[in-house]
Design a protein around this ligand. Structure first.
Ligand code: HEC
Length: 189
């Protein structure tokens, strides 16, 4: 082997090794995922409550959590501090959001499922530290928001069962739309 060939072979071997290393390290391809890693990501809650974790909370327990971790953006009374969205209130007598985009969409006048509220808060809020609330804290702050909207009685314990049983005020406005007219809403053409 000439000296040049040896150098070329050495560079080739070196780059192969470097490529192999850079591929296995960042992506961990071929490394089995642990049940704990899957559980940390598997947090979705379906409308019927499937996926809700064990735990519970009341509006009374949620009030201080809301004041400390949510009110700075959503306002003390859920009125929203622009650009952060309003969560509570808004008119209940209209569902004309499509023709009037200025109507505030709130938990009481727009959300069809209380279970989605739990899922959203647990997954995405507070904005800067999403996923930091425990299941008990999430049940409590969800109970607080629902009680402020008059959907949950004060003192009522919210857990997987009672949360899934809640009928939201806007639920009836959401219909299956098969575009053939059998189940579509009055305004679906
Ligand atoms: C730093 C500001 C900030 C804090 C603190 C915060 N939020 Fe939010 N929140 C936002 C923003 C911004 C959005 C809109 C996100 C989007 O549309 O993608 C939002 C959206 C929401 C929504 C959905 C509103 C809707 O109808 O679309 C809910 C519910 C909510 N936040 C609850 C909470 C709760 C409960 C807490 C406290 C545990 C909290 N947020 C703390 C900024 C914040």
């Amino acid at each position: 082997m000439t000296r040049l060939m040896m150098i070329v072979a050495a560079i080739f071997t070196f780059s192969l090794a470097a490529a192999a290393q850079s591929q296995s390290k960042p992506f961990g391809i071929g490394t089995p995922v642990t049940p704990e890693q899957i559980a940390a990501l598997d947090i979705d809650v379906r409308p019927d409550g499937t996926g809700l974790p064990a735990g519970s909370g009341t509006a009374e327990q949620g009030a201080p959590i809301y004041a400390a971790q949510c009110a700075s953006c959503h306002g003390e009374n859920g009125e929203g501090k622009p650009p952060y969205p309003q969560l509570l209130g808004g008119p209940r007598n209209t569902f004309d959001f499509a023709s009037d985009y200025k109507i505030p969409r709130t938990i009481g006048n727009y959300w069809p499922y209380a279970t989605t509220l739990y899922d959203y808060i647990h997954r995405a809020m507070p904005l800067t530290t999403p996923g930091s609330l425990t299941p008990d804290q999430t049940y409590a702050v969800t109970a607080y928001l629902l009680a402020r909207e008059g959907i949950l009685s004060p003192g009522q314990v919210l857990d997987a069962k009672s949360l899934a049983a809640i009928q939201m005020p806007a639920r009836s406005h959401f219909v299956q739309d098969d575009r053939r007219g059998s189940t579509g809403g009055a305004r679906v053409r």
